[in-house]
Design a protein around this ligand. Structure first.
Ligand SMILES: Cc1ncc(COP(=O)(O)O)c(C=O)c1O
Length: 419
């Protein structure tokens, strides 16, 4: 092993038992420094530009600015710099100022926030919607509000952390089913019916680390058969799947039929915030009982104004959605041709398996040196042995840029003997 190779295998090794609560930090810190000093730390790189398909970064090695190709942004449709979105946000910041100064239930709701909630409800063919400060808070708050003592959330084991954390904040219990395994879901619901009252099945519409799609039609059938409710998190599905970009419910012909539809306003919508949409009675219940909504300040009006444009663009700009689809298909086909494993993804999240964590960091460092911004994902975000580079595709990537990535990965496959 050469000098500049980090020796730390994982930042997330369990610390030794201790009565001192700060011991875990003393255990962790040298590992972090080792990885950073050897130039293998590719988290939290600094951007000095908007998060477009091409970005300016500040190089951690020498502090110099450099252009890079971005393959790690959830701004899938490139909407964060769309002229209509930026114009609406600029106007709102002049008219309404910079922050809202309050939680939404007190004085933090403007007419623009109300229009955004109405727009979201209409977009999903639902009665009503509530906008939270973040997508994380939308999941946590909704589940905490809905799940009472004696109830159970039955979660896909790859569902987003916020769906799990919501259960921890609730009085309910949590059971997992194997990823996208309908036979195991049925078995888990049957068993849960013996021990619990209310049952809530929770899934990502498009899974955030694998990029594959939950079989929502089958999930709905099972839910009906066993008297369960369904919560789908459309965070990575909006703008990506469904004939008009409405996400997994539209993809499966279930518009307006899912009990609880959640999403974030931070991925394809490219702002900040989260939402729950569904029946008015459920939305209003959550609005008044979700602690993450009640006790946290509303999103800036400028962002809400930009998001109103965003929903309009997603709905009507088929060309933008088609460009994303075609870039996804091109990159997936390219990776498959090179023999990479992409975890069954069919969306803008394209994970490439590199199970060995040290090799993974070396590949990410080599990509960085080639001007490609991509991020590694390791335990605890994914299971041990399933580490990966999580590439994100944007509608605005050119074919040439996609080829640059494919060529780099082809070369690194040889260099690092990636299988
Ligand atoms: C599936 C999923 N749900 C929720 C969230 C949280 O959204 P936000 O970043 O808007 O808080 C994320 C973000 O990582 C996600 O991937």
């Amino acid at each position: 092993m050469s000098d500049n190779e980090a020796t730390t295998e994982s930042l997330y090794e369990p610390p030794p038992e201790s009565n001192d609560i700060t011991e875990k930090a003393r255990f962790f810190y040298p590992k972090l420094l080792d990885i950073q000093q050897k130039g293998h730390y590719t988290y939290r790189r600094t951007l000095a530009s908007a998060s477009r398909h091409r970005v300016t970064t500040v190089d951690p090695a020498n502090g110099e600015k450099r252009e890079m190709l971005m393959f790690a942004s959830n701004n899938y449709l490139g909407l964060s710099t769309h002229p209509r979105v930026v114009e609406a946000a600029k106007k709102a910041v002049v008219d309404y100022g910079y922050g809202t100064g309050s939680v939404a239930l007190l004085s933090g709701t403007s007419d623009v926030h109300r229009r955004l909630e109405q727009k979201i409800a209409e977009f999903y063919r639902c009665e009503s919607a509530v906008v939270f400060p973040t997508g994380y808070q939308a999941n946590v708050g909704t589940i905490q509000a809905m799940l009472g003592a004696g109830d159970v959330a039955i979660s896909d084991m790859y569902a987003h952390a916020s769906l799990i954390d919501g259960v921890k904040l609730s009085e309910g219990s949590l059971k997992y089913f194997q990823h996208n395994d309908m036979a195991h879901l049925e078995q888990t619901i049957k068993r849960a019916s013996r021990f619990f009252k209310g049952k809530l099945i929770t899934v990502d519409g498009v899974f955030s680390m694998d990029g594959d799609i939950a079989p929502l039609a089958d999930i709905q059938k099972l839910a009906k058969a066993y008297g369960a409710s369904v919560l789908v998190d459309e965070a990575h599905a909006i703008g990506m799947i469904g004939a008009t970009g409405r996400g997994s419910a539209e993809h499966f012909g279930l518009d307006g039929q899912v009990d609880l539809t959640i999403g974030t306003l931070s991925k394809a919508p490219s702002g900040i915030g989260g939402y729950l949409t569904g029946k008015a009675e459920i939305v209003e219940y959550v609005r008044h009982f979700a602690r993450s909504y009640i006790f946290s300040t509303s999103i800036p009006v400028s962002v809400a104004a930009g998001l109103i444009e965003v929903f309009d663009i997603i709905e009507h700009d088929a060309d933008l959605r088609n460009r994303l689809r075609s870039n996804v298909d091109y990159l997936l086909a390219g990776f498959h041709k090179l023999g990479f494993h992409t975890f069954g993804s069919s969306t803008a999240i394209i994970p490439v398996l590199i199970a060995d964590d040290i090799k993974l960091r070396k590949v990410c460092k080599a990509l960085h040196e080639r001007g490609i911004f991509a991020t590694p994902v390791t335990f605890p975000a994914v299971a041990k042995g399933r580490s990966r580079i999580r590439f994100s595709v944007m509608a605005t990537h050119t074919r040439e840029e996609l080829d640059t990535l494919l060529n780099a990965m082809s070369e690194l496959k040889q260099t690092f003997d990636l299988t």
